[in-house]
Ligand binder design. Structure first.
Ligand code: CO
Length: 291
């Protein structure tokens, strides 16, 4: 019997599940554990995406108990102030070790292999091999990790865009961007997107490629209508405010001021089943890898 229901109440009830985890029919020592590690969000409406992700993982890994961890300390702090405890990856792993698990599968729900993912590698390695602790932590890589990932994600995004936009309308994805060297993943994906469809663009909030570059390309192409979609795991603050907000600094406002007709699709990556399935592939790879 799984310890969460179909809608992922394990996550939503996290604050009281520390004390009394539901009993399982499978003996603890035989049960496997899977920790889903997301950046986290302070926007409660975005949590539906996490429950959707959890439901797909639960179906793909029926003999695993699923736990959650948020990697962003400020997000966990905000929820703690509101009375909800959410584990860090280190706490989630330590808790599983204390409960008697010897092996844990961890899946990153990050998009690129940036700081958050590299911190996760350090955490996983640090908690492996401690006395009476976890013997092995298998870590699944983020969404964009190898050539296949870029090709698949570009195709999935184009297919999704085609359910909304007309042929001549451009589709601009809003990624986060980072100072980490893995930021090049965004520029890389832009190339793969262009191979699929020249009207598919990607820009980031904080790094290269940026919105101004996208605007130059759109103008050069004499583009009239542009769709905006978050290239983010969940539609948190960045999607709601920075992408589609009504204030003058939002991408929507900036593009409108530049003369474009702007349409928005607030669907985050984590709401797209084929994208979630890519993370599931990563988790499967980690589960069977020897290292
Ligand atoms: Co941010």
């Amino acid at each position: 019997m799984p310890t969460h229901n179909k809608w992922g109440l394990q996550l939503l009830n996290r604050h009281n599940s520390h004390i009394a985890l539901p009993m399982s029919a499978t003996p603890l020592e035989n049960k496997k554990a899977l920790v889903l590690c997301a950046f986290g969000t302070t926007v409660p409406e975005a949590w539906g995406t996490y429950t959707f992700i959890e439901s797909r993982f639960a179906a793909a890994f029926p003999d695993y108990e699923i736990r959650w961890a948020f990697t962003a300390a400020f997000v966990r702090k905000k929820w703690r102030e509101m009375g909800k405890e959410i584990d860090s990856p280190a706490t989630a792993l330590a808790r599983l070790a204390d409960e008697g698990h010897k092996e844990v599968l961890v899946q990153s729900l990050h998009i690129i292999g940036g700081y958050e993912y590299h911190d996760l590698i350090k955490t996983a390695r640090a908690l492996e091999g401690l006395p009476k602790g976890l013997q092995k932590v298998q870590l699944g890589r983020p969404l964009l990790s190898c050539d296949d990932d870029y090709r698949a994600v570009a195709k999935i995004l184009r297919t999704h865009s085609k359910t909304k936009r007309k042929d001549q309308e451009a589709w601009l994805l809003m990624g986060h961007g980072t100072g980490h060297g893995a930021n090049i993943s965004y520029a890389g994906l832009q190339l793969y997107l262009q191979e699929e469809d020249p009207l598919m663009l990607l820009a980031t909030l904080e790094a290269f490629p940026d919105l101004q570059r996208a605007i130059r390309l759109l103008k050069k192409n004499e583009q009239n209508t542009v769709w905006l979609m978050p290239f983010l795991t969940v539609a948190g603050d960045h999607a709601v405010r920075d992408m589609a907000g009504v204030h003058p600094e939002s991408w929507k406002s900036i593009l409108e001021k530049e003369g474009f007709v702007v349409k928005t699709d607030g669907t985050p990556l984590g709401d797209l089943a084929p994208i979630v399935d890519r993370w599931i592939v990563k988790a499967r790879e980690a589960a069977i890898s020897a290292t």
